[in-house]
Design a protein around this ligand. Sequence first.
Ligand code: ZN
Length: 230
Amino acid sequence: MKFGNKFKAITFSFDDGNLDDIRLVSLLNKYGLKSTFNLNSGKLSQDNCWTFRDTKLVQHINYTEHPHLYDGHEVACHSYTHPHLEQMERQAVDNQIRLDKKILECLYGYPIRGMAYPYGTYNDTVLEILRENGIEYSRVVKATHSFELPDSLLEWKPTCHFMAPSIRGLAEEFVNCKADQPMLFYIWGHSYELMTEEDWQQFAAFCQFIAHREDICYCTNIEVVDYMKA
Ligand SMILES: [Zn+2]
């Protein structure tokens, strides 16, 4: 199996759809990197904000103001209102997934096939409901620190968080190795976790380091899935 004609692929996954995504997307675009953005369609409005680490006011993206923000990337589900799905009744979980998928499909105009679990948590009932709703993959938060393809697409573990101290070492290992089998570097996070200019500069340096490599395919999560299923 290859990603196009390459053994190596890099994909990103960012959650919650907040205003910092604007700067993040422009950074990813600058370096030709592709991401999946996991959105709560019930919260895509400026009225919805929350505080991060007691200091930073985070606002959700207002779809009407930024309809083309995620063009060239993938939009995926993150549930309608970001609850703990594993603590809910079956019907309520179904509503959370069905509604989110349907609204995002109406807004963005293409089939929504993926998801990331709010809080990274789920149970067997949640898995079942995802299958019933045609969700093909869903990301958890536990990192593997490896480049293996997922065993289970509905419990897809990323390589690492985008601000993990280990990320630079992983990037060097990934970039420098000669691959003769598929290797996936899967990075996840939230743009609002970038709190300072230094944080942004550090992440920009990481993007610059991994970008524009001839032997790496830069793709969204669903593109990885399509390569795997091809
Ligand atoms: Zn979230």
